[in-house]
Design a protein around this ligand. Sequence first.
Ligand code: GLN
Length: 283
Amino acid sequence: MTITVGVLALQGAFAEHLKLLQAASRSLVAKQPQTWSFLEVRTQAQLESCDALIIPGGESTAIALVAARSNLLEPLRDFVKVHRKPTWGTCAGLILLAESANRTKQGGQELIGGLDVRVNRNHFGRQTESFQAGLELPFLSSVDNIEPPQPFQGVFIRAPVVEKVLPHSDSIQSGEQKKEDTVIAPSRQPENIVAQKAMSDHVDVLAKLPGRAARLANRGLDVAADPDAGDIVAVRQGNVFGTSFHPELTEDPRIHMWWLQQVQEAVEKAQSETTLAVDKMVN
Ligand code: GLN
């Protein structure tokens, strides 16, 4: 079986994602034979040929504008929310996958949605305030041979933060609608039971950037650090995954490897559920 993974290539760091996908797939194939095909996505036909998609970092307003002009905005919403296929957004990609985003540009911007979260678009400041930080990502234990996994070097460039996990809603996040300079994604329903099952009511927080107190405590200083404090920088809801930082701007393929494993599981699960559903209809 070949699994086709697309990278939305309208603007931003799509070439870097493709490079790391290649590296990640080479490391994975050594463990379990699986054929992967990777492509740049610029048209609806290319998108429809994909089993999974990455939306890269860049500028979310620009990506949304070009997607709208290329008639890709609705197909993207179908891909993520109607077919519920595995999708990963990094930085600007995370903003586009949020159901609600604030501090958007004047005149707002379009969102795709799929993650019941509110992001704050430029939480970590301007380009000149970019930084790197070691992140503890326990989920990487499935690809790392060391327990706990080595910290992952998170690259933060005008990075958003998940400022609130929203209560799940089958329709639009109407509670968010009235907030000033906040935009929300339009609602779409999963197309069938298989897509419904790939959905989850629950947003998992996969990584936090420790707050200042925790950073000082880690350096051995005597400060009380609340382990729950800190900025949410990676989330997942069913098949949809988002990171504030840019794994594609590192040489470390571990998150790509982990995500490809998730994609493979999701594709196999959807296939067996589709077969079951068809069997039920026939019998
Ligand atoms: N904050 C940027 C935006 O609004 C995203 C920055 C990035 O992807 N590096 O699109």
